[in-house]
Design a protein around this ligand. Sequence first.
Ligand code: SF4
Length: 368
Amino acid sequence: MSFLDHIYELEDFDFAEYFQQVTPDDVENSLAKNNLGRRDLLHLLSAPAANYLEEMAQKASRITHQYFGRTIGLYAPMYIADYCTNYCTYCGFSAAVNFKRTKLTLEEIEQEAAVIAATGIRHILVLTGEAPAKTPMSYLVDAVGVLKNHFSSIALEIFPMDEPDYRTLVRAGADSLTVYQEVYDKNIYSEVHPKGRKSDYGYRLLTPERGARAGFRAINIGTLFGLGEPKSEAFLAGIHAKYLEHEFPDVEISLSLPRMTKAKGGILPRNILNDTGFVQCMLAWRLFMPRLGLTVSTRESAAFRDRLIHLGATRFSAGSKTDVGGYASQHDDATPQFEITDERSVDEVAEMIIQSGYQPVFKDWELV
Ligand code: SF4
């Protein structure tokens, strides 16, 4: 049974009605459990659970220390191409947005990698838009080959592929895969992905499964908060992560909590998740899945990320640039995919982590 079947099963489920019926007793009972089921996750995401954030935070913090110690892994994103054939209405790289597109040469990737590696970062996240004709497999394999000289972990956030293609990239040296469903609500998915390859909801939904079968050691998924109703989206992302953890016990599963930020030509968020709601989702996920990695990017402000260290986060991006060639300033006219909010350097983020009583981790994995 794939995760698509789970989505079909929930097609008629009325989230709003269920959330309305949750009582404080339901929340307390779920909070007292060690092994939480789907109903418990719904209870912890409900409105009454917002009155239990302190209790949830204390338990989430204990569990996080138990499974991860007091550590925050650091990584940096590297955009190597911004060509895209999709029309995602929320993205600055959409084919509908007119700007000068670019792609790094292997020499430029080498320069970019050297600048990032000089900050101490050893985990890199490589991003492209979806334009296989511009960034074919041979280019991606060569890029991974260059990056292997600088980084111990290479994660990919590129266009969804078939399993054999992922195997090729794993053999080349990539070890992790990030793919966000963006929005689990099928109707909204169709609206915000009106055409292009990404309009195939099912193919994207099953991408993490194909990646896990292909041999990636870590898979990171998520929903883009701002598109669908936040609490039902958080529930579906949570059970998706749990499904992957159950089906692929050898694979490290993590969830991200990207919130829409301003993008050139992009739509505005239609469902705002405020900071309290963000924290509630994160805590509910932690209690639901003790071993789950929780990634928070520089879309969030410095002050807010500082607080999240104590609330279950396990991984931060740092010193990020979201335009192609942004680190070595190779394409000054490049357009960022979205605006970042936490603009601190890697050193500054690492220092903040230390001051918070945690250890910044630059490297916790190596290809042997
Ligand atoms: S979100 Fe990804 S696929 Fe969609 S337009 Fe942006 S780069 Fe392309």
